[in-house]
Design a protein around this ligand. Structure first.
Ligand code: AMP
Ligand code: GLY
Length: 442
């Protein structure tokens, strides 16, 4: 089968690397891809937002399956357009319809969905642009810290944890009264603040059956010790020590199963990956957010641990036979360290030559913010590379990932030096024993 993979980041490099190992794959095309994906398929310079060009590409290259890396094309209805097009009959999309993608595209929709299906999440209230006064008044009934979220996609900038009422009021005014986040903050949620270590759980589904994939923890802040501004993710580890069998069984029973059954019952066809961002509150999973895709850099940490043929799982989706397929996972741990450009997530320079990639051994270097300039690999983005290594345990995986990350160099190279260290010191997660929250939104 010919496959078209959509996206250009490290997650897509990991997907391309994994798909290329399959005997079920004929040709792999990546739109637009990056210099790393060239080794696993053919990059095609097509703007994913150009619906006609994408359609023509699917026809010309006799694509049988479209694998969507990022969320935006899904929220934008790519799956629906392909399914409705008679000329694209039989093309499978790995990724949900726009209705399913609302789980990520609208936080209010996701929250209401969880309420309807009894899926544990923090209590919340939602407010529209004409309800700024009511939102501010509501703060009097909540307790600090205040969790304020823009409803729509805001590229990681949509959540503010305000420590006091002043800051919360300012945030509400910015979001509901101002235009900093555009349409994303047409509606805003105030939710109860939860405490506990975070873990990301993943599943793959054909809409009926689902299979859990390895868990991961990502490190969102730019600085060591979880300091500084949020980024797309500076590293990840898998599996997560405190997400043991008992906890993951709860995730399966209380979150994954009711989510898939809930989607079915509401007539929302959902196929592809589902990312469950969770908090472990006193041993119980609470959903912080859903994403309708794999994470980046979580994909770079979990896909290398997947022993099963990913194309076989995707064919299980295409033929509604996922229940008959197997997810086989490597017991070893993996650690992923993201190498960024100095200044990220603020301003940074690009075009810096990258050296040392060929020295990486027994580890994987997934590219994201890179470009080829006159045949030379240079930086072209905030997050440049993600280096993933295995170890018999987390400690060895981390050591191995950092040893390989040290072999790569470019001007302005920067990275966190403590990916996974919190879990080495404290495998149970620091606040794993925190009691269920009593304060905040009632
Ligand atoms: P989100 O984009 O919804 O995943 O939120 C981004 C980050 O904000 C999460 O990874 C959490 O660290 C934090 N966060 C979100 N919701 C809550 C909550 N109810 N309580 C505490 N922290 C939260
Ligand atoms: N690393 C977080 C995300 O992909 O959403």
């Amino acid at each position: 089968m010919n496959v078209l993979l959509i996206g250009s980041g490290g997650r897509e490099h990991a997907l391309a690397w994994k798909l290329a190992q399959s005997t079920l794959l004929d040709e792999l095309y990546i739109a637009p891809g990056n210099p790393g994906t060239i080794r696993h398929g053919r990059n095609v310079d097509v703007d994913v937002k150009d619906h006609l060009a994408l359609r023509q590409l699917i026809i010309d290259k006799r694509i049988g399956m479209v694998v969507v890396g990022p969320e935006a094309p899904l929220v934008d209805g790519l799956h629906d357009r392909i399914a409705a097009d008679p000329q694209l009959k039989g093309v499978t999309v790995i990724g949900p319809t726009a209705a399913g993608a609302r789980l990520e595209g609208s936080k209010e929709f996701a929250k209401e969905f969880m309420l309807r299906h009894n899926i544990p999440t923090a209590p919340f209230r939602a407010f529209g642009r004409d309800e700024l006064k009511e939102a501010i008044a509501f703060l009097a009934h909540a307790e600090a810290p205040y969790v304020i979220k823009a409803d729509g996609l805001a590229q990681g900038k949509g959540v503010v944890i305000a420590k006091d009422r002043n800051e919360a009021e300012g945030t509400l005014k910015d979001m509901l009264g101002g235009n900093a986040l555009g349409q994303a903050s047409d509606r805003v949620l105030i939710e109860r603040h939860l405490t506990g270590p975070e873990v990301s759980a993943f599943l793959i589904t054909d809409g009926e059956a689902f299979k859990m994939l390895p868990s991961a923890k990502d490190y969102k802040r730019i600085g060591d010790g979880d300091t500084g501004p949020n980024t797309g993710g500076m590293g990840a580890i898998s599996p997560v020590p405190f997400a043991d069998k008992e906890f993951m069984d709860k995730v399966h029973d209380r979150v994954a199963l009711p989510t898939i059954r809930g989607l079915q019952n509401e007539g929302i066809h959902y196929q592809g990956f589902l990312y469950m961002g969770l908090m472990n509150v006193g041993g119980d999973p609470y959903v912080i957010e859903y994403n309708v895709r794999l994470g980046d850099p979580e994909a770079q940490a979990i896909l290398p641990r997947l022993r099963s043929d990913l194309m076989d799982l995707f064919e299980g989706i295409a033929t509604n036979t996922l229940s008959e397929r197997h997810v086989d996972v490597d017991d070893r741990s993996s650690a992923t360290v993201v190498l960024a450009s100095d200044g990220y997530p603020g301003k940074y320079e690009s075009g810096k030559p990258i050296v040392g990639l060929e020295m990486v051994q027994g580890a994987l270097a997934f590219q994201s913010g890179t470009a080829l300039e006159n045949g030379r690999l240079v930086t072209k983005g905030g997050r440049v590379l993600a280096v993933t290594a295995f170890g018999k345990d987390l400690e060895h995986a981390i050591l191995h990932a950092y040893a390989n990350a040290a072999l790569i160099d470019y001007e302005g190279k920067t990275h966190r030096t403590d990916i996974g260290h919190d879990l080495l010191r404290n495998p149970a997660g620091k606040v794993a024993v925190a009691a269920a929250p009593k304060t905040g939104v009632k």
